[in-house]
Design a protein around this ligand. Structure first.
Ligand SMILES: [Zn+2]
Length: 165
């Protein structure tokens, strides 16, 4: 016979209050929101890596949201024979750059890397990071860069093409 589980907590022992859930309809994100997935916290109008206060709202940050829904903000396409010959080295360059950027900006992350017919496609959570990657590839290895101008249309996927044959 199964016994009903009783509350193991002794009477009078206070549990910490559950994290408040922020409602999207309230408008602007309140100060002190914390992402339950990556631990980033929302302070002074931006996401940071500072520790969140104990009573922070639980709110998934935009980067984790993009990763969870597979909805990148930018794609960097690396194409050409040089890319096929130097695949690992080029990815290392981008990963190092991402690590540096992410230290200051929690929302700038690589989402994924996949091989495609002409080379490699790297998806990112932040459009500016796609531009940064394109410029870094071009300044380190020349080749040709097709870097569309940044627009305020945040919903549009930014596609950066870098090619070297
Ligand atoms: Zn997060």
């Amino acid at each position: 016979m199964r016994q009903k589980q009783s509350d193991p907590k002794p009477a009078g022992h206070q549990r910490p209050p559950p994290r408040r859930i922020y409602e999207e309809s309230q408008g602007k994100l309140p100060e002190g929101a914390a992402c339950p997935d990556c631990g980033a916290s929302y302070r002074d109008g931006r996401w940071t890596w500072q520790a969140a206060p104990a009573d922070a709202y639980s709110h998934v940050c935009p980067a984790c949201e993009r990763i969870a829904t597979d909805y990148p903000a930018g794609v960097v396409h690396l194409e050409g024979q040089f890319v096929r010959d130097h695949r690992d080295e080029l990815l290392q360059l981008l990963q190092n750059l991402e690590a540096r950027e992410r230290k200051e900006h929690p929302l700038k992350r690589i989402m994924g890397v996949r091989d495609e017919g002409q080379g490699i496609a790297v998806t990112v959570t932040d459009a500016k990071l796609a531009h940064t990657f394109g410029r870094a590839l071009h300044s380190a290895h020349r080749g040709s860069l097709d870097d569309p101008p940044t627009t305020s249309e945040r919903e549009n996927l930014v596609r950066v093409h870098w090619r070297r044959d």
